[in-house]
Write a protein that binds this ligand. Structure first.
Ligand code: ZN
Length: 193
């Protein structure tokens, strides 16, 4: 009984530590609109439109990024990694304590891992990625209690807008498979972002 009550106290302490870190719904939507603008810019260089913003605990933007995998010919050039790198450069260190990453699409396993590594406090995402998502769809890497850090999650912010942008990118490509950039056969799991 003693052990159980000790565990329950620690659970309460841990949940208190995380409480209040998540930005409110209105603020989340405002940042998601900024992430959507960043995502839309990826289309200019033939990349799947995914955008991300890192917001510091004081509510200011410290980094942003968009998918540049085609542009840079870099398999790791996802929006989240670009935004995390920019934020670390702005803040002068790899620990992004208290920061929130806002991204238009559910992160993949690589980016979910990077969120844990960066120690961000919170993740806000828009559309689900049922084929490759590593936050709710296939895995939950950012809230796995076996890992040394957990991230608070707000899911589905402006999800319809985020999904519509992706659909508008892929729709014409479904019928022109020879076109440069993302191809219809890569649509499954948004593998080209
Ligand atoms: Zn990713």
């Amino acid at each position: 009984m003693v052990a159980l009550s000790t565990i329950s106290v620690w659970r309460r302490v841990l949940s208190t530590r995380h409480r209040g870190r998540m930005i409110d719904a209105t603020t989340a939507e405002r940042w998601m609109r900024a992430a959507l603008e960043e995502a839309a810019a990826a289309v200019d260089h033939g990349d799947v439109p995914v955008g991300a913003i890192v917001v510091a605990p004081d509510g200011t933007e410290v980094g942003r990024g968009r998918n540049r995998r085609e542009q840079l010919a870099d398999p790791t050039a996802h929006a989240e990694l670009e935004a995390l790198r920019a934020a670390a450069a702005t803040l002068g260190g790899w620990r992004l304590d208290g920061c929130t990453l806002v991204v238009t699409l559910e992160p993949c396993p690589m980016c979910a891992g990077a969120l844990v590594q960066s120690r961000v406090a919170a993740l806000v995402f828009g559309a689900d990625d049922p084929k490759a998502g590593a936050v709710t769809s296939l895995f939950d890497l950012v809230r796995d209690p076996r890992l040394p850090h957990r991230v608070e999650v707000l899911r589905g912010v402006l999800a319809a807008d985020c999904a519509a942008l992706l659909r508008s990118f892929f729709a014409p490509r479904r019928y022109t498979p020879r076109r440069q950039g993302a191809r219809v056969d890569e649509w499954g799991g948004l593998e080209n972002r």
